[in-house]
Design a protein. Structure first.
Length: 268
């Protein structure tokens, strides 16, 4: 009896594993991965094979994909333990050799049936539609890749800056900070009470305890985060403005060169 229970438990775990990897595949596909790449990454994470591919880098750099892969890793650990215990229960328990061979036959047959079911394109199509509907209906999974949408390359980044007493930004309105002249944009402000100011206007005040959502070059954002309200802070602002003007000149030069090549037919 214990051996039969072990076989049933093992087949149940295998069924759940197929469902879990299918759900993960659909979720990864919803984030923009191709179905083939999503299936590979889901099975790789769930089995712990650890393949390193260019798609793996896209997974690591995408916050939603990272969450999906982390969930697969956690579930993998639990599933592996269950499979080992089920095998031990099935084949190391009491019973004759004939009984063990029979159990092995039932196990092999169950695996073949599961493999045939998982290979069904029709079933896979209907499962994918149902899983995608369920994900959209019952979760708040935000599958958009903000890094791609904002084109966070070339040293640009979105980060948070926590404003403290004595910071250069504290107790000023946005207009008087002249941050756009430094190449920095304030996307939003999280107040100390948790309220949010989206797309703040020039007369919006910055207070100690605020958290700023800022966009700009990573190096400049880091410098701004540590800038103090003193003469050195004002000097750092002036230097940042000069460096931004130089950066704009270089960018304009690249744009002129791009336009020249495009007009000459060198770039389509």
């Amino acid at each position: 009896m214990a051996g039969v229970i072990g076989i049933i438990a093992l087949l149940t775990v295998l069924v759940l594993s197929l469902i879990i990897t299918r759900v993960a595949t659909v979720a990864l596909t919803m984030t923009g991965l191709s179905e083939e790449a999503a299936r590979f990454q889901a099975r790789s994470a769930f089995t712990g094979t650890g393949f390193t591919t260019s798609e793996a880098e896209h997974v690591v750099n995408h916050p939603v994909r990272r969450r999906i892969i982390m969930a697969l890793m956690i579930l993998r650990s639990a599933g592996l333990v269950t499979i080992i215990l089920s095998l031990i229960l099935s084949f190391l328990g009491s019973g004759s050799e004939i009984a063990k061979i029979t159990r092995l036959g039932w196990l092999a047959g169950g695996v073949v049936v599961l493999w045939l079911i998982s290979s069904s394109k029709t079933l896979e199509r209907y499962m994918s539609r149902a899983i995608e509907w369920a994900i959209r209906r019952w979760t708040n999974l935000d599958v958009r890749d903000y890094a791609s949408l904002l084109r966070l390359s070339g040293g640009y980044n979105v980060t948070e800056i926590h404003v403290r007493e004595g910071d250069w930004l504290a107790c000023k309105d946005l207009k008087s900070c002249y941050l756009p002249e430094e190449g920095i944009t304030i996307l939003g402000i999280i107040r100390a009470d948790g309220s949010y100011v989206g797309v703040p206007k020039g007369d919006t005040e910055i207070y100690p305890g605020d958290t700023l959502i800022v966009y700009g070059r990573a190096q400049k954002l880091q410098e701004l985060d540590g800038r103090r309200a003193d003469a050195a802070g004002d000097k750092a602002h002036d230097q940042a403005v000069c460096e931004q003007r130089q950066h704009i000149q270089e960018q304009d030069q690249r744009e002129r060169e791009f336009k020249r090549k495009r007009e000459a037919g060198l770039i389509k």
